[in-house]
Design a protein around this ligand. Structure first.
Ligand SMILES: C[S@@+](CC[C@H](N)C(=O)[O-])C[C@H]1O[C@@H](n2cnc3c(N)ncnc32)[C@H](O)[C@@H]1O
Length: 211
C-alpha cells in the first residue's frame, strides 16, 4: 500500500512569545511550546500582562500561558517579557473558553488566574460573563488534582456570582489567596486602587474531579 506523504500542520509556530495556532483542532503540546517541561499556569484575559510578566519572572520553575483576545495587549505582554528576558511565557490570541475546552491538554494546569474579567454589569448582559457554572466544569477538566483557580474582581455582583458557582461545585474547596500571589497587582487593579476601589478575591482548589 502506498504511504501517505501528507504531513499534519504543526500545532503552533511562534513569533516572539505569541503563539500562532495553525491547527485549532489539535490540543497544544506544551513540550513543543516551552523550552523546559515544567508545571503549567494559565491567565485568562491577561490585559497588558502586568500580573503575568512579573509573576512568571518570579517563577522560572513554571510555564505560563497568557490568553488575551486583543492583539495590542498581547504585544504589551510580549514587550514586558522581552524586557524581563522570560522564556517561560507564551501568549495566545484566542477566546478564553475555547482555549480551555479545545487547546489546553486535559488535565494540565496547576493554576488558573482570572483577574478583573469584564463584569457585564447590565442584567441582560450577564450571560456573557466568563465565570459561571460552565466555567467551573471547564476548570474541573483542565486543572490537575490540587490545582487552584484564583479570582479577583472589583464588581460585587460578579464576585457573588463567582463564589456562588464555585461553592455549588463540590469538586472545589475554597482556600485563602496567599500574599505571594495577591501582591502581584494587575493593571486594572492598580487603577481601581488609585480610585479607592478594593479588590475582591477568592480562590478554589480542585479536590476531586468527578463531573
Ligand atoms: C477588564 S480587562 C482586565 C485585564 C487584566 N486581567 C487586568 O486585571 O488588568 C479584561 C481583559 O480580558 C480580555 N478578554 C475579555 N473576554 C475575553 C475572552 N473571552 N477571551 C480572552 N480574553 C478576553 C479583554 O480583552 C481584556 O484585556
Amino acid at each position: 500500500m502506498e504511504q501517505s506523504t501528507h504531513q499534519p500542520k504543526p500545532a503552533v509556530t511562534t513569533e516572539g512569545i505569541i503563539l500562532k495556532v495553525e491547527n485549532i483542532l489539535s490540543r497544544l503540546n506544551p513540550a513543543t511550546v516551552f523550552q523546559k517541561e515544567q508545571p503549567i499556569e494559565v491567565e485568562l484575559g491577561s490585559g497588558d500582562g502586568s500580573f503575568i510578566a512579573a509573576y512568571a519572572r518570579a517563577h522560572p520553575e513554571s510555564n505560563f500561558f497568557a490568553v488575551e483576545r486583543l492583539l495590542g495587549r498581547l504585544r504589551k505582554i510580549e514587550k514586558k517579557s522581552k524586557r524581563f528576558g522570560l522564556s517561560n511565557i507564551c501568549g495566545l490570541r484566542i477566546e478564553a473558553g475555547y482555549f480551555l475546552d479545545f487547546l489546553l491538554p486535559h488535565p494540565s494546569a496547576q493554576a488558573i488566574h482570572v483577574y478583573f474579567p469584564d463584569p457585564w454589569p447590565k442584567r441582560k448582559h450577564r450571560p456573557n460573563r466568563l465565570i459561571n457554572e460552565e466555567f467551573t466544569l471547564r476548570c474541573t477538566r483542565v486543572l490537575r488534582p490540587g490545582g487552584v483557580v484564583y479570582l479577583r474582581t472589583d464588581d460585587l455582583d460578579y464576585f457573588q456570582q463567582m463564589k456562588r458557582v464555585f461553592d455549588a461545585n463540590k469538586n472545589f474547596q475554597e482556600v485563602p489567596t496567599p500574599e505571594s500571589i495577591s501582591s502581584f497587582i494587575t493593571d486594572f487593579e492598580r487603577n481601581f486602587h488609585t480610585q479607592g476601589v478594593p479588590t475582591l478575591a477568592a480562590a478554589y482548589r480542585l479536590v476531586a474531579a468527578s463531573i
